[in-house]
Ligand binder design. Structure first.
Ligand SMILES: Cc1ncc(COP(=O)(O)O)c(C=O)c1O
Length: 341
C-alpha cells in the first residue's frame, strides 16, 4: 500500500543508481585523509560553494556544532534567529557542546534585518562577552522554507564583518534556496565565512553534510569533528551518495517546489485549512487548521496513508522531496479536503 510521507525531506531512500554508486565507491581511511571518494566530495563541495576547503560530516547538527566550536570560544555570544534550527532542534548544543551565549534575534519570516541585528553586537570590554559569530539559516525551516534573499545576506555579512563578527550559514537546504532564486550556492556562500549544507535532505542521500570554509578553518574543524566522534574511516561509501547527488539531484529540486505550491494552492479558498504562505518559496508548506493539528495528522495517517507532523496546536507541516510524486500530492489534497471540509 502506497504511503505518502510528507514528514520531512530526510525520509528519502537512496535510489538504485545512488546505491550502485555507493556499492562501488573507492574507499580508504578518511581519518588519514586517504579516502578518494570523500576527497572528491569535499573538492566538489568547495568548488560549488566557492570556498577553499570542505569537510564531510555525519549530519547538519554535527556541522553546526563544529562551526560554533571553531568560530566561538566558551562564553562568547552567538547571534541567531530565535527560531533557528540550532536554537530549537539541536538539543541545546550551543549551550552544552559549544558553551556559548545565544543572542536571539527576531526575523520577518526568516529574513533578518541587518540594522536591527547590529544593535545586538557587543564590543569586547571588561564587562561584556565578545560577540564572535552570527548564524544565518537559509532556507529557513521554521519560517516555512523561506529564502533569505542574496541582498539581505550580503548586507548582514557586511555589517558583521564591519564589527569583527564571523558569519556561518546553516545552509541545510541552500540548494533549495539557489534553485528557487536567481542566485547560485556560491553567491549565497560568499555572504559568509563558512557554510554547511545537508546531503540527506532534498538531495536524497542517506547520510551526511558538508562544511565549507577557508583551508585553515577547515583544518581546525577537522580536529573538532574528531573530538565529537565524527572521524569516520571508509566513509567513501557514504560520500559516494553525495557525489552522485550533486551531479543528479540538484535541478530536480524545482519539482519539489512545484509540488509544494500545488499543495498550498489546493486550499486557497478554504476557511478550515489555509497554507500559512499562499506561495511557499521552496519545498515546505505549513498549514493552519481550525481542527487541532494533531487530529488532522492522525486522521491523515490512519485513513489516507499520508504522513505529516504537527508543529503547533493548529499548525502542521508538509515537506516535498524525492519520494513525493504527483500521486502523493493528490492523496494529501483529497485526504485533507475530506478531513477539513
Ligand atoms: C535548517 C536545518 N539545519 C540543520 C539541520 C540538522 O540536520 P541533521 O538532521 O542532518 O542533523 C536540519 C534538519 O532538519 C535543518 O532543517
Amino acid at each position: 500500500m502506497k504511503i505518502a510521507d510528507f514528514r520531512s525531506d530526510t525520509v528519502t531512500r537512496p535510489t538504485p543508481a545512488m546505491r550502485q554508486a555507493m556499492a562501488f565507491a573507492d574507499v580508504g581511511d578518511d581519518v588519514y585523509e586517504d579516502d578518494p571518494t570523500v576527497n572528491e566530495l569535499q573538492a566538489a563541495a568547495a568548488a560549488i560553494t566557492g570556498k577553499e576547503s570542505a569537510l564531510f560530516t555525519a549530519s547538519g547538527t554535527m556541522s553546526n556544532a563544529i562551526a560554533l566550536k571553531v568560530h566561538a570560544n566558551p562564553g562568547d555570544q552567538v547571534l541567531m534567529d530565535e527560531d533557528a534550527h540550532s536554537m530549537v532542534y539541536e538539543v541545546g548544543l550551543p549551550a552544552t557542546i559549544a558553551q556559548v551565549l545565544t543572542l536571539q534575534f527576531r526575523s520577518n519570516q526568516g529574513v533578518p534585518d541587518a540594522k536591527a541585528i547590529l544593535e545586538w553586537v557587543h564590543p569586547e570590554s571588561l564587562h561584556t562577552p565578545r560577540t564572535s559569530l552570527l548564524v544565518l539559516e537559509n532556507t529557513h525551516n521554521r519560517a516555512g522554507g523561506t529564502v533569505i534573499p542574496y541582498e539581505v545576506c550580503r548586507d548582514v555579512y557586511n555589517m558583521a564583518r564591519h564589527n569583527g563578527v564571523a558569519v556561518h550559514i546553516d545552509g541545510a537546504r541552500i540548494f533549495n534556496a539557489a534553485v528557487a532564486s536567481d542566485c547560485t550556492v556560491a553567491q549565497f556562500a560568499s555572504c559568509a565565512d563558512t557554510i554547511t549544507f545537508c546531503l540527506s535532505k532534498g538531495l536524497g542521500c542517506p547520510v551526511g553534510s558538508v562544511l565549507c570554509g577557508p583551508a585553515d578553518w577547515i583544518a581546525r574543524a577537522r580536529r573538532v569533528r574528531k573530538m565529537l566522534g565524527g572521524g569516520l574511516r571508509q566513509a567513501g561509501i557514504l560520500a559516494a551518495a553525495g557525489v552522485y547527488a550533486l551531479r543528479n539531484n540538484v535541478d530536480r529540486l524545482k519539482d519539489d517546489h512545484c509540488r509544494a505550491l500545488r499543495l498550498a494552492e489546493a486550499f486557497g479558498t478554504s476557511t478550515k485549512i489555509q497554507p500559512v504562505s499562499a506561495k511557499p518559496a521552496t519545498n515546505m508548506v505549513y498549514f493552519k487548521t481550525t481542527l487541532p493539528a494533531g487530529t488532522v495528522c492522525t486522521r491523515l495517517a490512519e485513513q489516507y496513508n499520508v504522513l505529516c507532523n504537527p508543529t503547533a496546536l493548529h499548525t502542521f507541516r508538509m515537506v516535498t522531496h524525492l519520494d513525493i510524486d504527483d500521486e502523493c500530492v493528490e492523496m494529501a489534497v483529497s485526504g485533507l479536503k475530506a478531513i477539513c471540509q
